[in-house]
Every structure is written in C-alpha cells, then in structure tokens.
Ligand binder design. Structure first.
Ligand code: ENO
Ligand code: FE2
Length: 447
C-alpha cells in the first residue's frame, strides 16, 4: 500500500521552518529569551533581507500579542496567555480570553504554561486538509488565507492525539515578506534588563533536532501509528536491537523509561537515506517517552500531573558548538541539570571524552553529557575505528516554566543520529535528584 504523502517537506533548514508555538506568561517569556540569547533586530529591511529578523511581534485585533523568535531555522512563536496578569510586551495590556483572530494558530485555553503547537510547512494546505479530514483528523482552523502587501500565506490547524498538541500546516511559498503577515519589528521588548544586542555567534543554534513528548503508559503505539498514517513518519530505532513493539526500554538502577522514536525523512520519497551523514539534515524527529510501572514518582508522571495531560516535554536544539552555547546561556542565567558527580570521574568516560577531542573538566563545568554511538547501520561501509566513533553531546536546562514541565536541550551531533543510552540515564538521574530536592524544599517551605 502506498501512503499518500501530502507534504512536500516538513522542516527544511535555511529556507523553511518548523516552528513551535508556545503559550506562556511574561516570566516564562523572559526565561526563553534568556535561554536562547535572542537579539532584537532593530531595522526591518523588507524583502531584500527577509531572513534578517530575530524577534517579530503582532497584536491581534483584540489586543492579544504574538511574538516570534528565531534562532537559525528554529522559530518559537509565543502567544500571550489569556487572563495572565501583568503579561504583555509593556506589562500593561488588557487581554481578551476569547480571541479568534490569533493567526497561524488557535489561542489555546490552557491552565498552565505549555508548548503546544508544532508547525509543519506543507505544499498544499487545502490538499492536506482534505487528506487529513478523510483520515478522521479534527481541525481547529480550516484552510485560511492571510495576506499583506508582501503576499499570501495559507494555514490550517489540526489537532494531534497527544494531549493539547496541535499542528499548524502552513504554506508561505507565496509570501515574500519578513516572517508572516502582520508581524512587525519589535521595539524595546527587553527594556528592563535583558540585553538586546548580543553576539549570536556565541550561541550557534541552527534548527530543532527533535521534540520529545511525555505520554501516559501504553499510549505510544497509538501516537506512532497516528503520525505514520497521517504524516508519513517512520519509526527509527534508538538502539539497533530495540524491540519493534517495546521500543527502547531502560529498566534498571531505578530508571523506568520507554522511548520510541520516529522521524520524517525529507529524502524518504526518493529513497535517499541520509543516516549517519555528516550533513546536518534537519529531519523532523519525535521521541515519545513513557514511564514504566512500579517506578514510583518520576519525571514523566510529574510532567503528566503538572501539565495536566500529555504534551511536549522538551525540545532538542541543534548547535554547532555545545560548549560555547551552554556557556553563553549559563552566563545569561540559565540553569542546567548537572549529571551525577561520578559521571565525569570514571576512567572510561574520561578516555571517551578525550577521544572525542573534549576536556572532561570543560564538559563537567557545563553539565554536558557525551555518549559514543556505536551503531553501524550503514552496511555499505565497513566499521573501522574512526567510522564507528560517532559522538553525541547533550545538555538539558531545568524546566523553564513555573511547573516542572517544559525544558530545552542543546544537542551537538558528531555523526551520531540517535540518542545515547549513557546520556539518557544521566539525564533521568539528574532530573530525579532535582525533583527530590524540589520536593524537600517545598515541604520545608509548606510543612
Ligand atoms: O535523550 C534525549 O534527548 C531524549 O529526548 C530521550 C529522553 C526523553 C525523555 C526523558 O525523560 C529522558 C530522555
Ligand atoms: Fe531530547
């Protein structure tokens, strides 16, 4: 059976984008801006420099604000959260909670700060709408056109089956302006303490590497099949001997995690598989995380509780230089998870880090994890020592919202396309330690 692929491309680095729409408060907005070291572009050059923007904003007819931040090809759209006091660029906005003119998205009514939209660029919004409609998908916004003197954008919003996550499907090939209609240069956005003129080279994030969902137990197969049937995603194995049905299970040392990964291969239609290519192909990857039973309180269950349902747990941002990016973010006040102290002191890990050309002390100071990916799935080449050494470096921020929900990850891939088991364990343990500490502090504050 051939599956109709209604999408020309999902994320394509450089010229196309894959956006996230986040809904949150001013406090969390500050956290995001600090985290990612956005700079505000003060002059809008129009067509000639249509990519020359980092922060853009618009105000809907009812006064709701939307801000768009870009780092490389990664675009975050921040929607003002209704009924949130003191929110707004200037902190004085009066907010309508029922604003249906929130373009490129719906304005989600959600109880807590949340990242709830992943936008896919599609070839033909109308065709995608018809195809997905026949597949039984529920649309929140039917195909809708918006335009200004720079052209026309068509978009539509479809619900996913993962909690409050929805997908904006967008075609902006007929649009020549900067970002999207209605978005303007944002003036003194960060006029109270957040620097506006940063050297962005110090935080060279180029695109979204993956998005991880936190889901309830046994929900994963439904999610995978939904994305396979509707969006043409394919399973990929985090580990070569991973069980198709079980996924990648980490079930020891108090860790009880099931991970299942899928991707949309930009080149899948032509059969070109770019696995282990050193080119930074921005294939869209989703990871679904669920916890195993009998593991007590853990980060996935905490997410589900505090977020009030499944959703986006974290976003992996690809960086060319993880050390520089992490240092820049730390200087801006971002808090990262620290792996257990023993992580860097083992002789084997030290050798592994040095073998990859890094200094253990530097990685340790910045909480950066390193894993070697030993998979050899490219059957056309023999595994030699150098070919088999593919590295993955990762560092995770603490949750950026008030609740212990959404966080960001920096990832630098040196040929490794999957996720390192050592890193997954270290992340799990550091989050557990953080949650335990938080619980003790909270209990001490509210006995
Ligand atoms: O390693 C990664 O970046 C992942 O995305 C896998 C993952 C997902 C969820 C967890 O709670 C821990 C690890
Ligand atoms: Fe991740």
């Amino acid at each position: 059976m051939t599956l109709e692929l209604p999408f020309q491309r999902i994320p394509v680095i450089g010229e196309r984008f894959w956006t996230m729409s986040l809904l949150f408060s001013m406090q969390a907005l500050r956290a995001l801006v600090m985290c990612l070291d956005f700079s505000v572009i003060k002059t809008y050059q129009g067509n000639t420099e249509k990519d020359a923007w980092d922060v853009r904003g618009r105000v809907t007819t009812k006064g709701t604000k939307q801000l768009a931040f870009r780092k490389g090809a990664a675009v975050f759209i921040v929607n003002e959260r209704p009924n949130s006091p003191n929110f707004g660029i200037d902190g004085t906005s009066t907010i309508s909670s029922t604003d249906s003119t929130c373009l490129y998205d719906v304005l989600p009514q959600y109880a807590v700060d949340t990242a709830c939209n992943v936008c896919f660029e599609v070839e033909d919004v109308e065709r995608a709408f018809r195809f997905l409609g026949k597949q039984g998908c529920v649309f929140l916004v039917p195909p809708t056109e918006v335009c200004d003197d720079k052209g026309l954008v068509t978009y539509s919003v479809v619900k996913s089956i993962v909690g409050n996550v929805h997908h904006t499907l967008i075609d902006k090939t007929k649009y020549d302006g900067c970002f999207l209609p209605g978005f303007q240069e944002v003036g003194n956005l960060m006029n109270d303490g957040i620097p506006t003129d940063k050297n962005t080279e110090s935080c060279p994030i180029s695109h979204f590497d993956h998005i991880t969902y936190a889901c309830p137990r046994l929900f994963t197969p439904k999610v995978v099949s939904w994305y396979e049937r509707n969006f043409g995603f394919h399973r990929f194995f985090i580990e070569s001997n991973e069980d198709v049905d079980e996924g990648y299970v980490v079930n020891q040392d108090g860790i009880g995690l099931r991970l299942t990964a899928m991707e949309y291969l930009k080149a899948s239609e032509t059969g070109t598989h770019l696995m282990f290519s050193d080119k930074k192909e921005p294939d869209c990857k989703f990871v679904i995380a669920e916890s195993l039973p009998e593991h007590g309180s853990n980060q996935i269950e905490t997410f589900l509780e505090q977020h009030r349902g499944p959703g986006i747990q974290h976003v992996g941002l690809y960086t060319e230089d993880i050390v520089s990016s992490a240092q820049t973010m730390a200087q801006a006040g971002v808090h990262f998870f620290c792996p257990p102290p023993a992580y860097y002191t083992g002789v084997a890990k030290q050798k592994e880090i040095e073998g990859a050309g890094h200094e253990p002390q530097v990685l340790s100071r910045n909480g950066i994890l390193l894993d070697t990916d030993l998979r050899q799935t490219d059957l056309t080449c023999q595994a030699t020592d150098t070919q088999s050494k593919r590295y993955l470096l990762q560092v995770f921020t603490k949750p950026i919202f008030r609740e212990d929900t959404f966080f960001l990850e920096l990832i630098e891939r040196r040929g490794a396309s999957g996720f390192g088991e050592g890193n997954i364990r270290a992340l799990w343990k550091s989050v557990q330690v953080y949650m335990e500490t938080e619980r003790v502090v909270t209990q001490a504050e509210n006995p």
